[in-house]
Design a protein around this ligand. Structure first.
Ligand SMILES: *Cc1c(COP(=O)(O)O)cnc(C)c1O
Length: 375
């Protein structure tokens, strides 16, 4: 059993993926070209936004947006305390200050009332200026954008959806990576839509933002690559990855999303009353980048993890440390009492094997093993 079975996916799509790679080799267009343009068009169409701009990875996608918005020293950007390091890192990388916000216990996502309080407090202190929010679609579940967007409008903040884990999720039919003023995703192999290396993308309906990011990702190009009108970066998705992603996007749409949701329902059914299972709010749809259970306390979680490991059942702890406790942010002063939920989650979460190719027998095996350890 694999935590995420990329080999099973490759076996199922081997003919198409091999043909896609061969097509790129034969064309000898390794950078840019039709493959990338077609993928961008298909992704924009699927997500339901005007522009998709691919780039080197999900971290760089966020950096490009923050660069385009002119986020700089003295600016405050609100980020959930329970996420992958990258979400806070990109803020500090621009010289701005990440202001971490506690999350909801049920959804693992940024807590809107706590976000509003944090914005008010930051304005009142007057030391740094609130500019943007980066909600994360953690484990594949979109954050509460209806509430977040209301709050952002009230305080005139920009919203950047970190959809690195979110591709395929939705709220009342509106797809992940279409929320906020801009959104980003990652094509890291283990994400819901992954390539065979690194990749990322920015999504937006904003024409001028899209133009600016297209310039920034190619050395600040003007008329062309050799006319440079601003300082940018070199950040691109290569043709081979784009060709592979076109096959994988079709797989995601055709059956993978349904299959991970089938696995989710099966797990929930088998684990009911044994552990706390994931909660998907009414109207929300998750792409299940992770299936994450909650245990009673740290001792129970650690014991379960050790015993599962011994029995060869894959599992991971996402995430073991809150952002506000990361050494890289130790120069910023956070009040540990503001992060009650994240502090608890880091002690009690455990992510189980989750992917579209997981069999009913495997789900049963995982659930039965957990049951035998806990009960
Ligand atoms: C994976 C991930 C990223 C970064 O993506 P990379 O492509 O690895 O740079 C950012 N945010 C979240 C929440 C992630 O899970």
């Amino acid at each position: 059993m694999q935590f995420r079975d990329l080999r099973a996916q490759y076996q199922r799509y081997k003919n198409e993926i091999d043909a896609a790679i061969q097509r790129v080799l034969s064309s000898a267009y390794f950078i840019g070209g039709n493959e990338v343009a077609e993928l961008e068009e298909q992704l924009a169409d699927y997500v339901g936004v005007k522009h998709c701009i691919t780039c080197a990875n999900g971290t760089e996608a966020m950096t490009l947006v923050l660069m385009a918005w002119g986020i700089k020293e003295g600016d405050a950007v609100f980020v959930p305390d329970f996420t992958f390091f990258s979400t806070g890192e990109v803020v500090s990388f621009r010289g701005a200050t990440p202001v971490f916000v506690d999350v909801e216990r049920d959804t693992f996502n940024i807590d809107p009332p706590k976000l509003e309080k944090s914005i008010q407090k930051t304005f009142a202190e007057g030391r740094i200026t609130p500019k943007a929010v980066i909600p994360v679609d953690l484990f594949g579940l979109p954050a509460n954008y209806p509430e977040i967007e209301k709050i952002a409008r009230r305080y005139n903040l920009l919203v950047l959806e970190d959809g690195a884990q979110g591709m395929g999720g939705s709220i009342n039919g509106k797809r992940a990576c279409s929320f906020g003023n801009a959104a980003t995703t990652s094509f890291f192999p283990a994400k819901p839509l992954g390539c065979y290396g690194d990749g990322g993308a920015v999504f937006t309906d904003d024409d001028s933002l899209a133009q600016l990011i297209k310039s920034l990702k190619v050395h600040g190009k003007g008329e062309n690559k050799y006319d440079n009108v601003r300082i940018g970066v070199n950040s691109r998705l290569d043709a081979m990855q784009a060709a592979i992603l076109k096959v994988k996007l079709r797989a995601l749409i055709e059956h993978e999303l349904e299959d991970v949701n089938r696995v989710y329902r099966l797990y929930n059914e088998k684990l009911e009353g044994v552990v706390e299972t994931p909660v998907i709010p009414e109207g929300y749809y998750s792409s299940f980048a992770q299936y994450t259970i909650k245990l009673k306390n740290k001792e129970q979680r650690n014991k379960l993890q050790a015993e599962l490991k011994e029995q060869g059942i894959p599992n991971m702890i996402y995430y073991i440390k809150p952002m506000h406790k990361q050494g890289a942010f130790s120069h910023l002063s956070y009040d540990n009492k503001d992060f009650e939920v994240t502090n608890e989650l880091c002690d009690i979460v455990l992510s189980l094997s989750m992917h579209p190719y997981l069999s009913e027998e495997d789900v049963e095996k995982v659930a039965n093993t957990i049951r035998s350890i806990i009960i």
